[in-house]
Structures are given as C-alpha cells and as structure tokens.
Write a new protein. Structure first.
Lengths: 265, 356
C-alpha cells in the first residue's frame, strides 16, 4: 500500500499522542531501572548496580522460566500431539466431551486450577516442592492450545488421504505417524510450540499459587520484587525480562518461520 | 522402457461383498466380481453408486459385512489389514507427502520395506523414467503441476510391485485438456506395468479408453460387466445404455407391444423378437439414419439443428413421438425446417427395462 502524501495533520498528531502514551511507560520503567535514585531522577546518575543485584537475587528465576517453558513444549509435544491425533480421528461423543474439558483451564481462573492441583497433590511433599509441580500446572494450562492447533491440522482431508496412502504402502502406525503425519503438520506443531512457550514463560496467576520460595519463575520473582524491593530493582527486573525473554521469543519465531518456509506446503 | 513383470499376475475374486454403514444404509449390495490376472477393470457409475466403497473394500480401507470374501490369487485377504495386502493405490487428490521430494515419495514404500538404498535408487530411477518426470526428482509435490503430481502418485503406488493396483478417480482433479492426454498416457502405462488394476471413475470416456472391461454400477450394485464396446452396443440394462452414452426413448402402445413393432414418423418397423415385452425401446442418436424421405423411410421434420464441430445434432419431430435426437456427419445436408426421412436398423434398438 502506498502512503498518502497528504495525511491529515490531525491523524499524525493522534498517532503520535497514542504512541507516546503507550511507549512512555516502557521507557520510564527501563529508565527507572538504570538510575541511581528514581525519586531524584536522572540527575542522580545512571548505574548498572540494580541490574546486577536483580541477576544476583533473581537470576535463577530467568533460567527456571526458560527451562520450564522448554520442558512445557517438550511435554506438549509428547502428550499433546498424540492427543491431538486421537481427538482428530475419533468420532465418539466422549472425545468431543474430552476436548471441551481440555479447554476448561483456559476459561477457569488460574488460581482455581492451582488450588485444585494443591488440594489433590499438595500432600506429595517432594512433588509439591519441586518445579515439576509448576510444570504440571503450566501443562494443564497450555495443553489446549497445542491440542486445538494441531488437531485441526490433523483433521484436514488431505491428511486423512495421506495417512491412507501411507497405509496402502505398508507403513505401520508408528512409521506413518512419525514419518508422514507429524512432518505434514509440522507448521501447526511449530505454531503450537511457540504459543505454549510464550504462555508458559509469561504465566503468573497459576504459578503464583503453585510456587514455593525455592521454586519461583520470572513473573513470580517480578511480583515479589515489586512488592518487597526498591522500585529501581523492580524496574531493572523488567529490563532483564525484556533483554532475556524477548530475544529468545524472537529467535524462536524466526526458527518457526524458517521451518514453515522450508516445509513449503 | 519395459518394467520386469511382477512374479505372477494376480486374479482378484470378490465374493458376496456387501457394505452396510453404521447408520444402516446399504452402501454396496452383495457383489461378486472377478478381475482377470493383468486385466484393467473399470468400476463405472455416478457418484454414490458404491464404486468407491467397493474399491476401498478391495484395498482394505473399509471392512465389508460379515460373509464377504476377497481373494488375491489363492490368498484370502478378507481379514488382512490394508498394510499387509500388497496393494498400490492412487488417490483422487494425489495424497502425496508434501514434505518429501518426488524421489522420496516414490521410494517411500520401499523404504518402509527396508530395501537397500541402491535398490531403492534403481527402482525410483526406473519409475521416474516410466512416468517421464526426469529432472524433477528433487522437487516437492507443491512445485509440480496436477498432471505431474498424479504421475508421482502412480509411480509411488507401483514402486512396491503391488499384486493389485487400485485407482480412485485419478484424473478427476485435472482440467479437461490435461485429463485427456494423461488418460491415454495412463492407459499405456497400465498396459506396460501388467498389474491387475481396478479403476474407479464416473467418466465413461475415461473408462472406455483405459479399461479392458467395465463394470457399470448403479445404486449399490453392479448392473453389467463386459468390454466397453459390447456394453455400449448391447446393454442388457437401460441404465448401462443411458450412462454409457445418450439415448432416445421411444414408447410403444399396447398394440405395438403385442405386434412387437415400432411406429416412427408414420412408418411401422418390425423389432427384434427379444424385445417383444418392452414397453419402450431405446436408440442412440448416431443410430438414427437421416436421409431423404422416400419409401421405406419414416417421415420427420428438423426442428432444431446444432453444429457441434465434429458432428451435427438434429432434433426431429416424427409425429406422435417425443422429439428425437439424431447425430449426423458434419457435412449432412439437412437444414432447419427440412422434411427428412428417418429409419433405424432393428439391431440398434435397445431395451428400456432389464431383460430377464
């Protein structure tokens, strides 16, 4: 689309105001993490000491969040993709009911899901106190996203014919599932994985209920720092989030695009 | 290039195969059919006639009703799953594997069977030659035209040396021009492959061009089996007559029925004895002779004339009959409004209801 050389001044003005309104908090928050004293302002001088302090106190939450996101993706691949296939091929009413049930954690507040998990499995002390407990919570929350995305790909008519073609050529279930079907729905799997990773890394409300002082993710640490630390540290923490998570997300998205392009359907 | 023929060509025997769907509808009545070794048999019929169901039963993709039996040669394959039947199948919409190259698609079945790389490369190379896809081995299906894709599909299906080759409307997704050229090519390839083949189609031209024999299907059952020419010339069932070409229907009154005669444009024709119990008779447009009106010819007036390039289609009013459709050569003298003479060779008359 060509830009109109005579864009009305009013439109430009409104666009600027909205942009500044949206970007100012980000800029200010980043700046707050870099000044010596927020109440004094930029006159107090710039520093990296808050950033270093965040990395010192909360550094592990970054690693754990990324690791949890990754494990969540792996878990979704192992459980979600076969589940998506089963749901796509099943005609039974039970399967439709199960699909609805699977989507519930998206609608139900995370706090309620977390409470249910604690009530049921809270007495298993080692499990309750490990990151596995949070991983389970994240899986419950993210599974529907993977399953729905991949299941609708499996339901396509060309996939059904492709599976029949593989069967006529003698392929066993494992051979055709891994060799034909999964590669054929790879773009959907990649899209699902990206969504799952993003949701897991940013998930707060369920994680907040499930975490222990020793099992904290980045968003939970963020909340903790806002509540109990200097405002400069909280802001520096936001900066860490932006610096670490965003490049990872962009990188993953680029890989996803590359796979899709290479896939060439 | 001649492919080495499969060790022994397989006879397909379909015995009493029926299919009732879960909701109780009968998809296929009990059907018995034999396909000779090395023969190409077409299952021909309109959509919903059960031809695809029968093909899928032969393939093992549908389970037939209790009591049905399918034999490939001496082997009863009724209980064998599709993976173990040793068939090759070509699908309407190609069903190629999109993420694999042409060569990988063709070699897939061999890879599944654990064939050595060198052997696989050799067979794939031979087949690429056969289906004339040289130079496209490393392309993805998405980069090929429809005709090329269907050739890959055929090569993939025959690469494993199937006992039986099944083709489910393989040309339907192609445009008319391409369809015709690929049709002839396919007919030739099937002859060279010498594999017993069952070819499902709703296009009678395609069936006539490709198959050795046709089984015409209607409403879940096979109504007549035979070679194309015999079915076209002497259909035993009116559905076969109408489906394999166009027909005129000429009604008879009780007296004509009793006399076994036919009234056409004030002239009374004697009909073959076999059609004595028919209330009406069928005749193809090209079997109505149109000449000048003299003795021995019926009287008719040309009410419509369409020039169709290779022939001229006339609509004739022959008095008491509904308008007759006649096909004549493109240089025929008859013009709109002309009075012409018509006659029919009695052997060209066909029955309008099933003869017993």
């Amino acid at each position: 689309m060509r830009s109109n050389p005579k864009t009305p001044a009013l439109l430009i003005g409104v666009t600027w105001i909205v942009s500044v309104f949206m970007l100012a908090p980000i800029g200010l928050s980043v700046l707050a993490g870099l000044v010596n004293n927020y109440s004094v302002g930029i006159k107090s001088g710039l520093t990296l000491r808050w950033l270093l302090e965040v990395l010192d106190v909360y550094g592990s939450t970054v690693t754990w969040s990324l690791l949890l996101g990754l494990l969540c993706v792996v878990g979704n691949l192992v459980i979600g993709v076969p589940c998506a296939y089963a749901l796509a091929r099943s005609q039974s009413r039970a399967a439709r009911l199960f699909e609805e049930l699977l989507t519930l954690p998206v609608a139900v507040p995370g706090l309620a899901t977390a409470l249910a998990l604690i009530l049921t499995y809270g007495h298993m002390r080692d499990f309750r106190q490990s990151f596995a407990f949070i991983l389970v919570g994240h899986m419950v929350f993210t599974l529907p996203f993977m399953v729905r995305t991949v299941s609708s790909a499996f339901q396509r008519n060309d996939l059904i014919a492709m599976e029949e073609a593989a069967r006529t050529l003698g392929a066993s279930f494992t051979q055709r599932f891994l060799g034909v079907l999964v590669p054929a729905v790879l773009p959907a799997i990649v899209a699902g994985s990206l969504m799952v990773f993003t949701l897991s890394v940013g998930e707060f409300n369920l994680t907040w209920m499930l975490h222990t002082p020793l099992t904290r993710t980045l968003p939970v640490g963020l909340a903790d720092s806002y509540a109990s630390m200097r405002i400069e540290i909280g802001s520096a923490y936001t900066l860490v989030f932006l610096l670490v998570i965003l490049p990872v997300l962009w990188g993953l998205q680029a890989i996803g695009k590359l796979i899709e392009k290479h896939h060439g359907t | 290039m001649e492919l080495e023929p499969a060790p022994a060509r397989t006879r397909i025997q379909i015995k009493n195969c029926a299919k009732t769907y879960a909701d109780g509808t009968l998809g296929l009545e009990a059907t018995t059919l034999e396909v000779e070794p090395g023969e190409v048999l077409a299952l021909l019929g309109p959509s919903g006639c059960g031809k695809t169901t029968l093909l899928r039963i032969i393939a093992g993709l549908e389970t037939p009703d209790e009591g049905s039996r399918i034999l490939f040669g001496e082997t009863d394959v009724t209980a064998l799953p599709v993976e173990q039947r040793g068939i090759g199948m070509v699908f309407q919409h190609y069903a190629l594997f999109p993420q694999m190259s042409v060569a990988a698609n063709i070699g897939y079945g061999l890879k599944i069977r654990g064939a050595a790389d060198a052997e696989r490369a050799r067979v794939v190379g031979d087949l690429v030659d056969l289906v004339r896809l040289n130079g496209l081995e490393h392309k993805r299906p998405a980069e090929l035209s429809g005709g090329q894709r269907q050739r890959v599909a055929l090569a993939r299906a025959v690469a494993v040396r199937p006992k039986v080759l099944l083709l489910d409307e393989p040309l339907t997704a192609l445009d008319a021009k391409l369809k015709e050229s690929l049709r002839d090519e396919l007919a030739e390839m099937l002859r060279r492959l010498h594999i017993t083949a069952v070819y499902v189609t709703h296009d009678q031209q395609e069936a006539l061009a490709i198959a050795d024999r046709l089984a015409v299907m209607h409403a879940g059952r096979i109504v007549q089996v035979g070679n194309g020419e015999a079915l076209y010339r002497a259909p035993s069932h009116p559905f076969v007559a109408t489906f394999l070409g166009r027909v005129n229907r000429i009604e008879r009154n009780d007296k004509q029925c009793a006399d076994n005669t036919l009234l056409m444009g004030s002239l009374v024709f004697r009909c073959p004895a076999a059609w004595s119990n028919q209330k009406a008779l069928l005749v193809r447009p090209e079997d109505i002779e149109v000449g000048s009106y003299t003795t021995g010819w019926g009287h008719a007036v040309v009410t419509h004339r369409s020039f169709l390039g290779d022939r001229v289609q006339l609509t004739l009013n022959a008095g008491n009959q509904v308008p007759l459709r006649a096909d004549v050569g493109r240089d025929h003298a008859a013009r709109l409004g002309d009075t012409v003479g018509i006659r029919i060779q009695p052997e060209h008359l066909m029955p309008s209801h099933e003869s017993t």
